[in-house]
Design a binder for this molecule. Sequence first.
Ligand code: BGC
Length: 443
Amino acid sequence: MASHTFPPDFLWGASTAAYQIEGAVDADGRGPCVWDTFTAAGRIQDGSSAAVACDHYHRWPEDIALMQRAGFNAYRFSIAWPRILPAGSGAVNGAGLDFYDRLVDGLLAAGIRPMACLYHWDLPQPLEDAGGWQSRAIAGSFAEYARIVAARLADRVKDWMMLNEPNVVATHGYGTGEHAPGHRLGEEGMLRALHHQNLAQGAALRALRAEHAGLTLGTVINLQPCRAEDDRPENVAAAARWDAVWNRVALDGVLRGRIPPLLAERMAAIVQPGDEEAIRFPIDLLGINYYSRMTMKHEEGHPFDVWWGDAHCDRWTAMAWPVQPDGLYDLLCEFRRDYGNPAVFIAENGAAYDDAVTSDGRVHDPERVAFLRDHLIAVARAAAEGCNVRGYLCWSLLDNFEWAFGLSKRFGIVRVDYDTLERIPKDSYRFLAEVIRTGRVEG
Ligand code: BGC
């Protein structure tokens, strides 16, 4: 047993996303988004919807109180684009802005630093109808939206994250169709959606920098070290290809203004002169989401001829994702080595398990406690070795709408009873609160 400590002024808290927790999809002038349409088309595996979800739209004071009791000093939430601009662009819905105004004031009153994320997947349906992330024109719409939100909140919100996980939006939403808007456009569709998100992000970052002083600007990317299943050359090459698609288009786009050389030919028809400069931006803070490594192998018939290999792992979450805390340590160290150690924070890390309420009325979730402990140790070790990691926000505060899995997967450190909407803090909530209180983790 060793005791691991964290750097001073460390950010502690959780992340959430508007569509996954707010509910109230018809309230106060909100417009439809691609996930409403996807749900109505019967694409959610358990047949559930996010129409109510955690009803955070009405219960946010209770949720802030939960954060405060756990000792959080930071919270990343997302702004719902369809609440602000119900048609995607044009007329602004003041009631949508008012909601985030109240939320931000509530967070500040509780001593919690609000970290706003502008896009966590709830694309207004009218923008999708105009081509969504396949259309270059969306860059201008996103920058306009960013400007409108910041004009209202930037006097109090200092931390602004542009996108959440552009790789998932591109691969699942436009490549394989597993997520909204459900297109199966294959490799080219994925790369186009990735590049257009990079362009939108660059435009929004420039707009916010020009219009407001003193903001911390960044974005959130989920980085997954890609390893080959074994050392066969075709598998090593497949892992490198997938690393380029999954990690490097987004990361090298913003940090280096570079299209990964492995994809240059495939992206030649998508990238226009001047784009590399337009997507590069000296961000102040990068949010890293980490869940696991990816173990890949060569297999034809899948995009980029890459498919999942054997992860050689003996611990798995209810998502069937391997539990690999050393992957987070490796990732932070490799990132420091390769990118010159810019400031980062863990913007998401957590696990779904099949929790149950026991006869004592509590939720004992030892697997999640172990997951959090092991990943916190990985972060503390990386920080002790000089990695510039500024905070840890778990995923997630509440059980919530897990996209295509609906309400069936529980990631929260607080259980939500979807019938009564009662919140029950789990053992993992108490564990995290204790780590925050003591500033150390044992293990
Ligand atoms: C996303 C979250 C999601 C979580 C678990 C991340 O990919 O940002 O919205 O719920 O992982 O799948």
